[in-house]
Design a protein around this ligand. Sequence first.
Ligand SMILES: [Zn+2]
Length: 367
Amino acid sequence: MVDHETIRRAPKALLHDHLDGGLRPATVIDLAREYGYTGLPTTDVDDLTAWFHRGADRKSLELYLETFAHTFGVMQWPAAIARVAAECAEDLAADGVVYAEVRMAPELCTEQGLTLDEAVEAMLEGFRIGTERAAAAGHTIVMKLLVTAMRQAARSVEVAECAVRWRDAGVVGFDVAGPEKGFPPTRYLDAFEYIRRENFHITIHAGESFGLPSIWEAVQFAGAERLGHGVRIVDDITTRPDGSVGLGRLAAFVRDRRIPLEMCPTSNVHTGAAPSIREHPIDLLRRLRFRVTLNTDNRLMSGVSLSSEFAALDEAFAIGLGEMEWLTLNALKSAFAPFDERLRLINEVVKPGYAHLRAEQTRVVVS
Ligand SMILES: [Zn+2]
């Protein structure tokens, strides 16, 4: 097994991480005090941390999502949003993440009167501050924002237009999130069509708690370039008694077209989408060489980092540094940043980084 410090130092890329799912518990308490938010279940850091973890591990996506009321609840003011975004960049950089696309629904930050644009501006300002602080601490990270529309709300076109307005300032794509059941991707076709007409990028939460129809609509109607989770694609794969594997039409399409799966194993265990990491479909999907990427989803609620997700996968499937590099290259090949920026990270950061770590591991001790 690869030791944790080596995993932390390995350059990693993250495509699926929610800004309102990754706050530091102490910051939630600070901001609640500063802005007079009185809804928190406790103001003790350890108790609050435990409360978020308990709240997440309830085997239901709908129940999992309830805990977010207290994170976006304190993200209603520009300085609060910027602080959360800056700390996000610092925490990811310290964990060895060199490229991150972090997502947030700006419509969740409008309860005290902020506009969508003001919320997005504060997030990008926070990323800029956090990236600078991380660099000063010796960690280089590239931070991008994905702008999310919530399924339950009816603001997807407005949110999509906001995403495109900020495309030259660090927003790289548009996403739809929230409860899947009853909210299929085809409900938001206007927003997706607008994004495509603008030559902008789409990823959709699909196939997390809900099955193949959601993935099919996301890919074939909405034009999703990537799938948030996409884990239920295994429902279209059959393992025969002799151990051979058959792919249905949709699974074959997703693999043939190299459509990236933004997989988040621990989060799936918490929402009940998978019974355990060891039984998580990510093992089959990576062995079938789908375009698998490894992600955190919600670092606070699930108590994870990208390094701990790599370690969990290594513990379950002995993936080693070779597969960690493959997952990282998959993520950078699938990222929405411009091609030249991704190529630079691959050739100048990721490949040399893993080569260096492998050389360290195989160093011969001379007597
Ligand atoms: Zn997610």
